[in-house]
Design a protein. Structure first.
Ligand SMILES: Nc1ncnc2c1ncn2[C@@H]1O[C@H](COP(=O)(O)OP(=O)(O)OP(=O)(O)O)[C@@H](O)[C@H]1O
Length: 588
């Protein structure tokens, strides 16, 4: 089974006990993590036991599951997802009744919603929109925001969340921690349940997240193993509280557990040229040798600081087209920017400029894309039509939904043996005459629950999620800036593109790799954020992460023409400006 791993990687998988594996980009950390899961899964004999893999994004979690399927390993005993989803599924939903704040139902406010709320409050308080205020909590529930002058605003923010039964991502973590703290039995139960907890990109784990894990792994007579992988140089969440703890610090925090430290060397992803380029942004000076087949290929590395922001989308579209013409698959091309508000309009413009190209872009969907909202999950089943290719994916969605409904105490299809299959059958039998996408979905949702004989109004959580889902989606659709098509067929088309050119934030593609990376918005003020602590270092690490995603081609863009509200021009971000390099000329 361990074929396909080199000696160091195999050794890391076979190491018994708790492991902390650190290594450079592309050295196979995620691959090792997937093999570790594959290696440990068959060891589980107790039918109730599980393995947990915590990843930074949902995309990364899907990738691990796919890797297992490719290895012919059944991933049903693996739970993979973000720490937020983990808290929701394993702690908040099952134990919500023990917390007054949650017991009457709650809805997760995604980062867009909480940013929207914060910007309204900033305006009320006369603060500039770019002032950074963290909503993070400490383990005692107090605000982690160091500037006391913002605490009044944060209290008001909290009140609004409370009134609307919303919890943001930070409250998800805090409430999960609080439950584990007041009811140690939960940690003990989870410890009995989890054979192994793997954490990918551990260097960006926040203090509260370590605390949550320590309440599960650090219980007396603990049986749960910990497998952490990461790279300190890729820590890009420092400003959001991410810390790469040492093995010793983890030991102290986790009740004295012994952790074996392991390392990997070499890079299986990028050409030597790309590696030598991004080593300009490395904090430690470690040689990295390319071990991949295309190690000696030249590829293309460009830097453009003259293209004007108004011509940027055409410029990026041209690069994409050149790559596609050269035979590079759409999925191997990625367009990145440091902040999502730069990314969303870019995705839309690219879609219009390259109508025959598929895109996998954040913000292209008119629906609230909140994976934690149950109506979003149900809508996927109505929008992605049944086909042999989609069979496995739809079945997995159905299994997750039936579990979630069960967790909400909603009993469906009592007499049906295979509930997910039965659930899919009911979904597949429903359609509506409506042409308007949202009305279509509303119709289908109602018919579905009628057929399931579930009275929606008796479940406040379903109601809350319903209101949030439709209200947010309606808002998006009505926003003239977005210019979304509102008919059901357009909704469907957007859902059918789960592959295509990726357009995302630098944080959203952590751990991924692409033949060609096109990064724009590399301007001081965006990367790093004006008021980020240790801003220079933060921009250096982000550049390191961006550039190390590329297998062969790298196009860096610091577009001209962007100015602050005070008409100050945004300039090339410091580290990039100072890097002396013989860049290629495109097409030259
Ligand atoms: N032993 C190996 N043989 C062949 N290919 C490998 C080997 N190890 C890793 N790879 C490939 O190298 C690439 C990078 O691996 P992986 O994504 O696991 O690296 P990583 O260390 O997690 O990178 P990053 O820190 O940048 O996210 C992947 O395409 C992976 O399949």
């Amino acid at each position: 089974m361990l074929e396909g791993l080199n000696e160091q990687q195999r050794n890391a998988v076979l190491t018994e006990g708790h492991v902390l594996l650190t290594a450079c980009p592309g050295s196979g950390k995620t691959r090792v993590l997937a093999f570790k899961v594959a290696y440990e899964l068959p060891k589980i004999v107790d039918s109730k036991k599980m393995i947990v893999a915590l990843t930074f994004t949902n995309r990364a979690a899907d990738e691990i599951k796919k890797r297992l399927v490719r290895m012919d390993i059944n991933p049903s005993k693996l739970w993979a997802g973000t720490i937020h989803s983990f808290c929701l599924e394993w702690i908040l939903r099952p134990y919500a009744s023990y917390l007054d704040e949650l017991k009457n139902g709650f809805v997760v406010a995604d980062e867009y919603k909480s940013e929207e709320l914060l910007s309204i409050l900033k305006e009320e308080y006369g603060l500039e929109y770019w002032v950074r205020i963290t909503t993070r909590r400490l383990t005692d529930g107090s605000f982690a925001e160091p500037e006391l002058k913002y605490h009044q605003l944060l209290t008001e923010y909290d009140d609004i969340l409370n009134e609307n039964k919303l919890i943001d991502f930070d409250l998800m973590l805090y409430n999960a921690y609080k439950l584990l703290d007041i009811l140690p039995k939960i940690g003990q139960t989870l410890n009995n349940l989890f054979h192994l907890i793997c954490v990918d990109e551990y260097q960006d784990t926040q203090e509260l997240q370590y605390a949550i894990l320590s309440k599960i792994v650090g219980v007396p007579k603990s049986k749960t193993l910990l497998f952490l992988v990461g790279d300190k140089d890729q820590a890009i969440y420092g400003s959001l509280g991410g810390v790469a703890k040492t093995a010793e610090e983890i030991k102290v925090m986790f009740g004295g557990i012994e952790i074996v430290e392991k390392e990997l060397s070499g890079n299986y992803r990028s050409t030597q040229r790309v590696i030598d380029y991004y080593r300009n942004y490395q904090t430690a000076t470690i040689d990295i040798e390319s071990l991949c087949e295309h190690a000696r290929d030249n590829g293309v590395i460009t830097f453009n600081k003259s293209v004007h922001k108004d011509d940027l989308a055409e410029h990026v579209a041209q690069i994409i087209q050149e790559n596609i013409d050269a035979g590079i698959p759409e999925r191997e091309i990625c367009v990145l920017a440091p902040q999502w508000w730069l990314v969303i309009p870019m995705g839309r413009k690219l879609k219009a400029l390259l109508p025959s190209v598929n895109f996998d872009a954040i913000g292209l969907s008119p629906l609230l894309k909140n994976k934690e909202n149950i109506w979003f999950k149900i809508s996927r089943l109505f929008l992605v039509l049944p086909s042999p290719k989609m069979y496995l994916i739809r079945s997995r969605w159905a299994i997750e939904l039936v579990d979630e409904l069960d967790g909400l105490n909603i009993q469906i299809l009592q007499n049906v043996e295979n509930k997910p299959k039965g659930f899919l059958k009911v979904i597949n039998s429903i359609s509506s005459e409506e042409n308007d996408g949202l009305k279509y979905l509303e119709d289908c949702f109602r018919i579905l629950f009628q057929k399931l004989e579930v009275e929606l109004d008796t479940y406040p959580t379903l109601r809350l999620h319903w209101e949030y889902f439709f209200e947010s989606s309606r808002k998006r659709l009505e926003n003239p800036e977005f210019d979304y098509a509102k008919d059901i067929n357009s909704f469907r088309r957007l859902f059918s593109h789960n592959s295509g050119v990726v357009v995302n934030t630098c944080h959203g593609i952590k751990g991924e790799e692409f033949h060609t990376v096109i990064a724009f918005g590399l301007l001081h003020g965006y990367i790093p954020n004006w008021n980020e602590d240790d801003a220079e270092n933060a921009s250096r690490k982000l550049l390191y992460v961006i550039c190390s995603r590329a297998k062969k081609n790298l196009h860096l863009i610091s577009e001209a023409g962007r100015t602050t509200k005070g008409r100050r021009p945004y300039l090339v971000t410091g580290y990039l400006k100072r890097t002396e390099y013989q860049y290629d000329i495109r097409g030259g």
